[in-house]
Design a protein around this ligand. Sequence first.
Ligand code: FAD
Length: 555
Amino acid sequence: MPKPILLSVDDDSDVLRAIERDLRSQYGAEYRIIGSDSPEGALDLLKQLKVRNDSVALLLADQRMPHIDGVEFLQQAMGIFPGAKRALLTAYADTNAAISAINQASINYFFLKPWDPPTEHLYPQLDDLLDDWQASFRPTFQGIRLLGTRWSPRSYELRDFLARNHVPYQWIDVELSANDPETKLLVEALGPEAANLPVVLFPDGTKLLEGVPADVAQKVGLRTRAQTSFYDLAIVGGGPAGLAAAVYGASEGLHTVMIEREAPGGQAGMSSRIENYLGFPTGLSGADLARRAVVQAQRFGVEILSQEAVGVRAEGSYRIIKLADGNEISCHALMIATGVQWRRLAAPGIDRLQGAGIYYGGGATEALSCKGEIVYVVGGANSAGQAAMNFARYAERVIILVRGESLSSTMSQYLIDQIKETPNIRLWTHAGVAEAHGETHLEEISVLCSDTNKIERVPASAMFIFIGALPRTDWLADLDERDERGFLLTGPDLIRDGQRTKGWTLDRDPFLLETNVPGIFAVGDVRHGSIKRVASGVGEGSVAVQFIHQYLSKV
Ligand SMILES: Cc1cc2nc3c(=O)[nH]c(=O)nc-3n(C[C@H](O)[C@H](O)[C@H](O)COP(=O)(O)OP(=O)(O)OC[C@H]3O[C@@H](n4cnc5c(N)ncnc54)[C@H](O)[C@@H]3O)c2cc1C
């Protein structure tokens, strides 16, 4: 934790040096001593310290300064650091002014110049003031602070990004805590910059206005640039399949890079509780699984890039990946593990309010802020069931909307049983979302009841949509063969009527998880025919590494 600050202000540089010297020799071990020769400069500095979340224990100002005298400075400084102790340095002639300042301007003490010897005329009184300050001092949060508003999609995006990458941060909702004195002081200290939300404040004093995940990634030390330009194995996608491939590839000696555009963990990282993963009888959260896998991958030397792959091409035996920042990485073997993304719900109002009460997927960061609210979950598969169970811990009521007449054909029985036993979850069957309403955030939804053909308009604070998934393969352009829904074809899918796929030039069949381009493999949910489960993704990611070894032995 940085040391609290003792700030002295005097326009006479000799006096300033003397007071700084005496403060440092007595208090330097516990406090940071800062001096300023102008009250205006000191006020600017205090605003910067406020934005950095530093603590100021003492303000010591000379009374006679041009433009702003000591009393006025201390009064203005009190508006920035109300808890700091305030003291004046005065000449004998100003004693009366100092005494009245103590009464009228909430100044704690005044010292007469010169204060020699300090052991008699300075330290005993300062000890008293600082003891008093220490008694009510609460250390400030020392980490990243994110200022935004709950209903802002951009704030949501950043919160989600930080949470999913396990970066600790403090969230400050400037609307919700507008009356909180500390938030007010911080917003005032930021001045006009506070209008550029979301604002990210870093412990080193730097800030990002209207920050986006890529900028934050760079600041928090997530690697966005590859260390070298060539790898044995490049993996695009850091879900369970990509992470497993990374761990197995690197542990078996392949120089491996994994490129992930959001956060390692993929969809599994959004799961509040995975109950069917082998070896975890009481289940584990997706975030926990992801965190463990990342540590394991890093231990084996996998390089993890926080980047998006936007294109790929084959040049001889090289596979070249284009990244969103314009850089390229080449490799001998490429593993595509880009999983799936949620299908969009087409109804008026949905796109406009996405991120402002309407979310695709788990929205793990949102669960806590749904406290006491009415939450809708759209969809009848396991992911919707898990989300409903998670939100039911915080929300007043969770309503699951499904088009069918029950959950039995789409959800696992254990989840159906849990939902039945949870009193604040209600299942609304034969129901589809017809429209979402709200100006700045979701307030109501219109539900079309297919059994009665009527539309009901109901209040809703948040809606989470889980209505199936589409593969993330658009970035591959025409390179790899897909099925009619866009899932990648691999191995036996590429042999039709005993014939290898068109354009295949090697005298062997494609390996089990290899696409129609030799050396490009596909694993996990993105692959045609895959079982959409964590364990199968992990299995495919690990198995594929064996084929990569075989492929590399002939490159
Ligand atoms: C809420 C929820 C709960 C679930 N619960 C369970 C459960 O209990 N048990 C179970 O077995 N399964 C569960 N599943 C399913 C399971 O999570 C998935 O089957 C599994 O995550 C698929 O892994 P994957 O690695 O193939 O893809 P994904 O997990 O989809 O990961 C793909 C990754 O690739 C990244 N990516 C995509 N495109 C790019 C690009 N161009 N550049 C860089 N990166 C990119 C994505 O950001 C993502 O992180 C659940 C899914 C959800 C959503």
